[in-house]
Design a protein around this ligand. Sequence first.
Ligand code: B1M
Length: 222
Amino acid sequence: MDDILVQISKCVEFGKIDKACPYPPDMKGQDGADELAKLALDNGVKPDEILEDALIPAMAVVGEKYSRKEIYVPQMLMAAKSMSSAMKHLKPYFQSGETKRKGKFIIGTVSGDLHDIGKNLVAMMIEGGGWEVIDLGVDVNTDKFLKAIDDNPGAVVGLSALLTTTMENMKNTVAAIREKHSGLQILVGGAPVTKEYCEKIGADFYSPDPQGAVNYLNQIVS
Ligand code: B1M
């Protein structure tokens, strides 16, 4: 069964979603992460093993390649989609509590901002990193973040902003979260956001990319 984990891992790394997916060309016609994850479960492979021995390492490789600019957004989206196609078979096990997750991560694009491609990538990578992700979507106001935090005590929070204008809303949301939950870990990111801005608004960590966010969360739990 180790072989099937290697195959799933390869599908995620190279963005082979399912059998119908023509990408990458050298894997055309072969089963993808979707079929292989189901096959593995049907053959008694534990969902934790699929997550920890195939999906997480593959997404880590993808994240590192993206950070090193060896691959770009389209390849990363294909990898993320492959991971999601496998995750949909694992989710029922996680949701039933049969499989333990590392923790909860609340993410949203801040108020006034409708950009979600980067935020979705971060969410998918973090989910692939073994966390339960509560995705609040786009245009998320402070009250919605605060409610999600109340509903999920102990969760780490991530804020994404793509517009210079909405960076101000990020700042206000961070301030409101800090006022109510002083010890809560806040991660920020998005194209115009910088490490300096993160420090200025009192967030805990800035990551320029999804892998940095995953590494940060893993460091919190270790
Ligand atoms: Co908009 N847009 N857009 N846009 N858009 C930008 C951001 C812009 C730079 C384009 C430009 O002018 N060159 C510009 C912002 C300028 C500025 O503020 N400085 C801009 C503008 C002005 C606008 C509108 C105002 C345009 C208008 O209507 N006049 C409008 C605003 C709407 C709104 O939000 N209220 C608008 C609308 C749109 C679309 C709806 C058409 C579409 C969004 C579709 C969608 O997201 N579903 C769109 C798009 C696609 C873009 C560009 C072209 C691409 C953004 C993107 O998805 N990049 C963008 C120009 C550009 O970036 N080249 C642009 C790919 C994505 C993977 O990268 O989101 O940076 P990114 O995410 C990265 C990292 O930043 C990081 O990880 C991701 C992966 O590496 N990251 C995090 C992101 N969030 C993170 C959170 C973390 C950690 C890391 O922790 C929590």
